[in-house]
Write a new protein. Structure first.
Length: 479
């Protein structure tokens, strides 16, 4: 519940904080007693103590192991809400090594509202433990406060993970995912309007269940897995990106702030802001083919990518099965571009790789094959003042590692060109033996297009000053 502000003698007082200080937090901490099968949330004897947790700030706990309050869980169990319920915190303890599940579902009614005392936040906790059972909330949820989901359970790293939120989620609150474990936004529309922050572990989301009315930020240490084909619009809100993905826990071995499911074809149509250097990863099936297909796996950004960060495609430990990252907008990010695997492709007349240098080098992952492709019709993929660096490698004289694919009619101007670590000093055109380039190499280029290495143009203001000086010098002083 958002804190109520009252003005007393010109000063703002947070009513919720005062209430908390005075110790007026409502009673209502209860442990679910149902050990197997289906029981009603709304039945007092299903809780210990025998009071239904249904109040602002109330706590509901589901244990799968024996405690002082209940015996160990012996099978899957379901609690039906059977009417509107309100809690401030929810705990799923996977403290015993079993695979029994806990589900909170709609019985005769709902929703389940999260509303902590004062300003919150409300919480969902899945502590670390050996249990591998999934915990699912499939009753509609309302976020009256911001909700922090702390998913520390990492015993279940497949399927939907330790926490599965399949219901529709609405309300004015926001949602933050923390912890090294995995959770899923599945099925139900997520229309809550508060901010979404992915801070840790892996968060899976489908087209139907990705947030559509919320600002969306993946912070360093967090990862989003897009699990279904289609366009993720995020309601047109800017998607802020940071980091390499999970940095601790079981998902740290699988880099990517965004890492779609293998062979998914996902489009992100929202504008993107690289707040810091960001790794994007696209896992393919059986290597990458000549064109982006669903079977190969591809991720497309159709809106502007801005910000100070570097765009890095594929993680540093990538294998050979990498897909496509496709950029089709006039991007303005300034941190440069690094391709470590797969194919980074510019498609569409306005498409580009931001304003910084472009490097194609799989040195951090020598198994992967890194490629940069400029397709026919692209007008200016690499900034004219930038440097293109192609590491090459593999079989000598063959474009099989760290090379550029230049489609028909491509003529891309750069200010600097580094091939195999050697800075090129001869101005002119570079390309494969199939092109019309002056300097040909099948080690670094394929296709019939060319790269033009040109002198760095002088700033326009200097040119104008020079012209002005010449004009003045040419005048005769009138007598």
């Amino acid at each position: 519940m958002a804190a109520l502000k009252k003005t007393v003698k010109g000063m703002s007082v947070i009513a919720g904080a005062v209430a908390l200080f005075l110790g007026t937090r409502p009673a209502g901490a209860a442990v679910y007693q149902g050990i197997t099968g289906t029981g009603s949330w709304n039945t007092a004897t299903n809780w210990n103590p025998a009071t239904v947790p249904n109040a602002v700030g109330a706590n509901a706990t589901f244990n799968n192991g024996a405690t002082a309050n209940n015996s160990a869980q012996t099978a899957n169990r379901t609690a039906t809400t059977d009417g509107a319920q309100t809690i401030g915190s929810l705990v799923f303890n996977n403290d015993v090594a079993n695979a029994f599940t806990n589900s909170i579902t709609t019985g005769t009614g709902g929703p389940l509202t999260f509303d902590e005392v004062g300003a919150g936040p409300a919480t969902i906790n899945v502590p670390a433990g050996p249990g591998t059972g999934n915990n699912t909330i499939s009753v509609a949820m309302v976020l009256a406060d911001n909700v922090v989901a702390q998913v520390d359970s990492t015993a279940l790293t497949t399927g939907t993970g330790a926490l599965n939120l399949t219901a529709a989620i609405s309300g004015s609150g926001g949602f933050t995912k923390s912890g090294d474990g995995m959770m899923t936004f599945g099925t139900g529309a997520k229309t809550y309007t508060g901010a979404t922050n992915i801070n840790g572990g892996r968060t899976r989301m489908s087209i139907a269940a990705h947030p559509t009315a919320s600002s969306f930020t993946i912070n360093a240490g967090g990862q989003v897995e897009l699990i279904s084909n289609g366009t993720y619009a995020f309601g047109g809100n800017t998607v802020n990106l940071n980091g390499n993905g999970a940095t601790t826990g079981p998902f740290a071995a699988f880099p990517g702030a965004i890492r779609p499911t293998r062979a998914v074809a996902a489009t992100i149509s929202a504008p993107v802001n690289l707040q810091s250097d960001t790794v994007l990863h696209m896992q393919a099936t059986n290597g990458t083919g000549a064109s982006p297909t669903t079977a190969n796996g591809n991720m497309t950004f159709t809106n502007t990518i801005s910000g100070p960060g570097k765009l890095i495609f594929t993680g540093a430990n990538s294998d050979i099965d990498q897909g496509f990252l496709i950029l089709s907008a006039a991007n303005t990010y300034t941190g440069g571009t690094l391709v470590q695997g797969g194919i980074l492709q510019a498609t569409g007349a306005a498409a580009n790789f931001g304003t910084g240098n472009v490097t194609v080098d799989n040195a951090a992952s020598p198994v992967s094959i890194a490629r940069m492709q400029i397709t026919s019709g692209v007008l200016d993929a690499i900034n004219n003042n930038a440097t293109l660096s192609l590491a090459g490698g593999g079989t000598a004289g063959v474009a099989d590692r760290n090379f550029a694919i230049l489609d028909a009619d491509v003529n891309e101007t750069v200010a600097g060109l580094i091939l195999g670590g050697v800075t090129q000093t001869q101005l002119g055109t570079y390309g494969s033996s199939a092109s019309t380039a002056t300097f040909k190499s099948d080690e670094f280029f394929s296709g019939t297009g060319v790269i033009t290495l040109a002198a760095t143009p002088e700033p326009a203001t200097l040119s104008l000053l020079g012209l002005g000086a010449t004009a003045l010098c040419g005048r005769r002083r009138r007598k």
